[in-house]
Ligand binder design. Sequence first.
Ligand code: NAP
Length: 286
Amino acid sequence: MAKIIDGKLISAKEREIIAEETATLKNSGITPGLAVIIVGEDPASKVYVRNKEKSCIEVGFNSWVIRMPEETKEEELLAKIDDLNADSEVDGILVQLPLPKHIDEKKVIAAICPQKDVDAFHLENTGRIMVGDYKYLPCTPAGIMTMLEHENIDVCGKECVVVGRSNIVGKPMAMLLLNKSGTVTVCHSRTKDLAEVTRRADILVVAVGRAEFITGDMIKPGAVVIDVGINRCEDGKLRGDVHFESAEKTASAITPVPGGVGPMTITTLLKNTLTAAKARAEKSLN
Ligand code: NAP
């Protein structure tokens, strides 16, 4: 049976350190602050935003949630981002995705000042990841790298397979594994014989968005399996992209859903915001 990688526990340890560093920073007069903008009423987005707000408060950050109606015009959202860019108390800005269809997501992300882009979606920050010279890492892939470190799983020289090539998970995940000298293969909907590829993986990261898509027979015995998927099923339960019951019989270690990658994503967001606040503190000294 596979070892369960407890994302909640790792996250709690990481957040303790963040809270300690925040307390130190506050003593020097700087409180890290994260502003989250949510446009519309998407129920899942509302839950994510609430969790982010709660997590910020728990570690001692300032947290602002700006709720804008569904019919908000693109220029109104851009103007709000401009205000936050100029606000010296705000270290990080996050616009909760997805946005309503009439708003251009790319334009919105480009409007966030790269120094405050704690989601690391701005082209400047994604470019920095390519060359391995970054300030902020994208939250979900970086959270996964932190989990692997905590579990003493060395990526160097390992066969790593990432299923999914989204800009927010799959592609940056592949880049971070490559930066750690993994031998990386990225799969997607056009991949021929997916199981043949996944069965080669020592480290398998799955970010597809289909409940229980990867089954135990697609996993190499002893592999480390990281399940990024969050799928709300008809029975109301949350399930990952990996069929947990069959996968845990084959893998050596596996992340559960919920309680695996999810908590680590917010932890990285907090880390990035703290990094931004530290930069503000340093600037104020100069
Ligand atoms: P996405 O943008 O929809 O991307 C899904 C990827 O899966 C695409 O690259 C797609 O390939 C690939 N795919 C679809 N069907 C496939 C198939 N039959 N075989 C192989 N690949 C296939 O999704 P995402 O934003 O990366 O999210 C993926 C999952 O992770 C979702 O469940 C999401 O809710 C979850 N998620 C969780 C967290 C967290 O914090 N835990 C954070 C972000 C996302 P093509 O490119 O060819 O279409």
